[in-house]
Design a protein around this ligand. Sequence first.
Ligand code: HT7
Ligand code: ZN
Length: 878
Amino acid sequence: GQTVKLADYQPTDFILRGVKMTLMLFEGYADVSTRLTLERRQGVLADAPLNLDGDELVLESIAVDGLTLEPSRYEATPESLKVTGLPEVGPFELAIETRIVPEQNSKLMGLYRSNGIWCTQCEAEGFRRITYFLDRPDVLAPYLVRIEADKAAAPVLLSNGNPVDSGDLEGGRHYAVWDDPFNKPSYLFAVVAGDLDLLPDEFVTMSGRTVTLGIYTEKGRAAQAAYAMDALKRSMAWDERRFGREYDLDVFNVVAIADFNMGAMENKGLNVFNHKYVLLDPDIATDTDYAGVETVIAHEYFHNWTGNRITCRDWFQLCLKEGLTVYRDQEFSADERERTVQRIGSVRRLKAHQFPEDQGPLQHPVRPSEYREINNFYTATVYDKGAELVRMIATLLGEAGFRAGMDLYFDRHDGEAATIEAFVACFEDATGTDLSQFALWYSQAGTPTLTVTEQWDADQRRHAVTLRQSLSKGAAGTGTEPMVLPLRFGLVGGNGEDSDAEGHVTGGAELKDDLIVLNGTEATVTFTGLADRPYLSVLRDFSAPVTLAHEQSEAARIALARLDPNLFNRWRALDDLLANGLTEAGRRPLGDATPPLGAPVIEALLASAGDDSLDPAFRAQALAMPGEADIARQIAENVDPDRVHEVVEAARLAIGTKGLAIFERLRGSLAPDAAFSPDAASAGRRALANAALGYLSAARGEPSDALAQYETAGNMTDRLGALAILVHRFPGAEGTEAALGDFYRRFEADDLVLDKWFALQAAAPYHGAVETVARLAEHPRFTMRNPNRVRALVGTFAAGNQVGFHRADGAGYHFVADKLAELDRINPQIAARIATTFRAWRSFEASRRTKLAETLRQLSEIKGLSKDLQDIVDRSLK
Ligand code: HT7
Ligand code: ZN
């Protein structure tokens, strides 16, 4: 495949003025007729041809201004359409007809059918699978779309914009016409047609306009969209309050679809969702599912301004809409739920997904400068690190400055396809700040290391804090210049209060209140007038996405875990204590019995767990052990996943045993509420009760508590929490198989719950999981055609089961590689995404490292591999 480069960007030779389309949907095929109003751009050579993109297309007919073209005037292949002899000046109409087969579209890009429903997915390059087009984000136009279909098969016909006409046709068919007046790129185009149920509602905007809202679902499931609808209305109100952004069309529709490559898609006025992020009720969904629905609904809605009204000039600018919109959805959740707990979740996610990407062979800058397959750049770096960059701008400029920059961005670029430079310039212009050095964050890949050392001068009552940043050249080979690191901090006294001691800077930093902005390689901040040596709490709220190397005693961390007025850093102190202990123990050989955590660390953890003045959700976060993959990443080399698992289990047992009384008390005091409520406080109590159950079961070494909870659970959070303990800790125990069987029988009619049944078994941390997963891949309900099911089984095994996937004989690698080869022929996008789990191969001990590399090499040599999978495999091997 060809490499696309940012440096090669050129606008199109032809300007698109408008699009009129008719989609005629039939059983077995669809006829697509497109009329494009085009005009040669001024200054473009008179004989320059028009080059349109296609993907697996068949051209049925082509005409210019009503006249069918001679074959000498065009060249059509499945991937392109070149037209010559087009008018030199003025607009002309190009009419193109294609016939496509949605039923055979297993890539789920373009127009496809999911459980009989016609639906589209056009980002990034799916529109070219529907018709030949200038399929790139800087080509914007209004669309008028007519859909025709059999009325019984598809009583609902939806597209972008506002509905303007509908009616019956001969032969039991009918039509609907949708008009989208807002200029949009083709990736935001959508059509949905099918027999769907509707949850209707409305929203009155800040200027008093009534917007008709609809969530469409499979038959009989509209009631399960109630929470999504509530989240949608809260998102609309929040965007008005927080950013002054009002919705712009008369209608806003959401459709829930079973077969979907990602979480959801922000098509203008017609968001299409993976039904996992719409359909809920307490019997089938966990608290995590509720939070996921809220976030994804908000995220897609917020794209209406950050993505749709202002879009990206090219796909290199993807973070312009994705990083910014993730930042916006994170802020929404922080305002709607509990800020610190939300931030802990975002940072956990960043460290679990983005850090390994940034520190391995798939490393790339937040704004990449080249790609072979754009689908492979919807990454944690673009999304989550991209959000961190926006957060740092907000930290540097303060609330008012950030809002002024955002207002200017909306004002200045509404209706445009913009760039990162244009975005950053708005913050510079609105506040008079020079952000040119800050902008290096967008082009330099890798996670900077921030080294912090402290020196207490007891005679002078002075505390010197030295900060040093470094960035090593990684796989992307980008620059390593010092960047701008906004570091929130506090000097905590023994009374748990921040000192207001004065600080003086030497070297490359600026000090503003509770913020040190490190912009040089090194700086020292000396604080004077202190009565006693303070505890330094640095990088509060994780104010910059760095690896923190803070030489700090265990005693100081334990003190901060108890005292820090910044709750986020209290959590981080505990998390660091656990992670450091587990990492050190993980480096020792398998079987080494030295306890991974010292008594003071366990006591500090238990003190937080048992502190009823703290939010239960926070305490649940404190009790959640770092993931085995996170510990492996910290160990960095010669990792033995069996050893990592061994030390995590030893730590769990030690915490459970020492905290037995606390966990018993928590179980008693956090009895389930009579009626289920999905609010954050109730979810926090359930999370803490389930964490306590995990430790209690580990300490007692028997499953009766989990079995009892499974049998009496009144909601999915408690049921699945108990079942996970049974399946993961008591695989052979009496009751475990029965509970697993009961779960299957109870929920077999519901694919979303069945995914949980597959995923739970795929994650079971045993060597035998390879055989279990291979058996489940033969289960009648397993299918490669549904991305959720593949992710539940193959994805969870590869990414969420360190012990099973990395079994020493390589059987886990072979199983996943075989499945990827098979999946690649069906849905390459999903195959490529799951294949990224192989990227960490260099960090494992020699035997596994060799086997992983060998498996990657075998994959890379398969004839006819997709561009998607080939790209991931080749880059992983580099
Ligand atoms: N903008 C969307 C990203 C997307 C996508 C969604 C579904 C299927 C394929 C896709 N490719 C890219 C989702 C979002 O970030 O909001
Ligand atoms: Zn997005």
